[in-house]
Ligand binder design. Structure first.
Ligand SMILES: [Fe+2]
Ligand SMILES: [Fe+2]
Length: 195
């Protein structure tokens, strides 16, 4: 499937606001790819498809994982929406013909991030957070500026925002998000030390 066909599919299966969000993620991801010297087409594909499994209800997300014998953690069982990345990557491969491992892993990890992300994983993780259709977020201008200039700093700031928000809401926090936060915190500290 080419990019245009992927967009058409997403327009059909996603609710309008989510389709709008996906187009926003695609555009931001494409811009970031140009800035950081990555394939704009791969970034666009990952961007438009990243939420392709997000309309699925919890029970279905769990079932899709079980059918494919994909591992489900304790936190994911409590908050099955976290599985939409993993299931989304499976759908990208099976329904949209994506074989590129970079695109598939960027879709898999877009919700929580992971320590030592690849460039495309970071691009999608950040684009998902800063795309212009999202409602205003704390420090959004700083986050956007960092996303286009210093990708590791942006990753750290977004994770900090996410954890603050989840703690404020007393929501369940995926250990992967915390691990990712500590990884980028350490990376930035080490970077400061070597400057
Ligand atoms: Fe998502
Ligand atoms: Fe998203």
């Amino acid at each position: 499937m080419d990019l245009e066909q992927m967009r058409d599919s997403m327009r059909l299966i996603l609710k309008p606001s989510r389709y709008q969000h996906s187009v926003g993620v695609e555009e931001v991801a494409c811009d970031m790819a140009v800035i950081f010297d990555y394939s704009p087409e791969k970034a666009s594909m990952a961007g438009i498809l990243h939420d392709c499994a997000k309309e699925l209800p919890d029970e279905e997300l769990l079932r899709e994982c079980e059918e494919r014998q994909l591992p489900i953690s304790e936190v994911e069982r409590q908050c099955p929406y976290l599985l939409h990345g993993k299931v989304g990557a499976a759908f990208a491969r099976e329904k949209y013909g994506v074989t590129d491992p970079d695109i598939l892993s960027a879709i898999t990890y877009h919700t929580t991030g992971r320590p030592a992300m690849s460039l495309l994983e970071q691009i999608i993780f950040l684009a998902d957070y800063i795309e212009p259709n999202r409602k205003p977020l704390p420090r959004i201008t700083d986050l956007r500026k960092a996303a286009y200039t210093d990708i590791d700093l942006a990753t750290f700031l977004v994770l900090e925002n996410m954890l603050n928000y989840l703690k404020e809401k007393k929501a369940v926090i995926d250990t992967m998000t915390e691990d990712t936060f500590y990884y980028y915190q350490k990376l930035l500290k080490e970077r400061e030390r070597t400057v």
